[in-house]
Design a protein around this ligand. Structure first.
Ligand SMILES: [Zn+2]
Length: 104
């Protein structure tokens, strides 16, 4: 299998896995066990959760993931313009100061 995407967090990784699954692409999330020890090890491409697909599905998977990200089916984390807090992508306003998410 090959790595199709490196997610910013586990929630996003599972959203992508579910989305690929609904499109008939088999995928697995790897690196979950490493998420638990973030803070103790440096966060790199290898310690973030990643989505792996069969090599034959690589192009399709990448296209679907791009589509999902662009159509905001899957949100990426965003940074609050007012207080600089990092907010998980599924939230539309800052949980710290209430500022709305700015359009990407
Ligand atoms: Zn804020």
């Amino acid at each position: 299998m090959i790595r199709a995407y490196v997610a910013t967090n586990l929630t996003q990784a599972h959203l992508i896995r579910g989305f690929l699954d609904s499109e008939g692409i088999f995928s697995v999330v790897r690196g979950e066990h490493l998420v638990a020890i973030q803070g103790e090890v440096p966060i790199t491409m290898d310690t973030l959760p990643s989505i792996w697909v069969n090599e034959a599905d690589r192009e399709t998977a990448r296209r679907l993931i791009d589509q999902a990200l662009q159509s905001q089916l899957i949100f990426e984390d965003w940074v609050c313009p007012d207080c600089s807090e990092t907010i998980e992508g599924q939230f539309t306003e800052c949980w710290q100061c209430g500022a709305p998410r700015t359009p990407v």
